[in-house]
Write a protein that binds this ligand. Structure first.
Ligand code: FES
Length: 60
């Protein structure tokens, strides 16, 4: 397991929370992650990071 870092500073959402939500709920888009975790709903600065996480998981 990679180190757990805070991806979304606005909403204080950690990487592990985002990964778990994507895997458990089968999330496919940034909007899905926003609805599910609130990550990415503040300044939007973490959206590229969320996209990267989505890409990585959904490639597997
Ligand atoms: S850091 Fe995630 S919305 Fe601002």
């Amino acid at each position: 397991m990679e180190e757990d870092i805070e991806i979304c500073h606005c909403m204080e959402v950690n990487k592990s929370v985002i990964i778990k939500a994507i895997k458990e709920k089968g999330l496919k888009t940034v909007e899905d992650v926003q609805d599910e975790t609130t990550a990415g709903t503040g300044c939007g600065g973490c959206i590229p990071d969320i996209e990267n996480i989505l890409k990585k998981i959904n490639q597997q």
